[in-house]
Design a binder for this molecule. Structure first.
Ligand code: T46
Length: 140
């Protein structure tokens, strides 16, 4: 899907001494990192996300346990399971996302390209589809 992809991070180390993963902005992470936040202690039955961003780019990394992310570009939908410390899910602008299948042991870390701005959110699915339509018109 355009605007979403798995990034494989390089692990440094081995089973004898353990591993280290280093993430740098504009290198492993394809943008300048302005904000880091994490989501944890989410009950199993709860769905989070249910929105898209107009401009924000993010990389999601599951630091503990496993979580499912449904991504939707208005055309195609995909479900990705994040359960590996050396994989990140890049989500670009104009992608509807839903995170589910948490559990109390899950810690989801997010690296974001910008500061928190509620005006960048599209929290209504119909509005998201309209946004995509307009965006496609201007980009073609
Ligand atoms: C996203 C997914 C993956 C802040 O005050 N600062 C922040 O940096 C963030 C991210 C949120 N908030 C406030 C806004 C809401 O009052 O925290 C509350 C919960 O946010 P929200 O319902 O948007 O959380 P999620 O888990 O549904 O979505 C979050 C991010 O907001 C979103 O950008 O892509 O994680």
């Amino acid at each position: 899907m355009k605007n979403c992809r798995i990034i494989n991070f390089k692990k440094i180390g081995n089973n004898d001494v353990g591993f280290l993963i280093a993430l740098e902005g504009n290198r492993e992470v394809p943008f300048n990192i302005k904000r880091v936040y994490y989501i944890y202690n989410v009950p199993k039955e709860i769905k989070r996300g249910l929105h898209a961003h107009k401009r924000l780019e993010q990389v999601l990394i599951c630091m503990s346990g496993s979580v499912k992310i449904k991504i939707d570009d208005g055309n195609e939908k995909k479900i990705i399971e994040l359960n590996n410390l050396n994989k990140g899910l890049y989500i670009g602008p104009a992608i509807w996302r839903e995170m589910y299948g948490f559990g109390k042991s899950v810690v989801l870390l997010i690296l974001a390209s910008d500061y928190y701005d509620e005006n960048d959110y599209i929290r209504d699915y119909e509005e998201f589809l309209e946004f995509i339509k307009k965006r496609n018109l201007y980009s073609s």
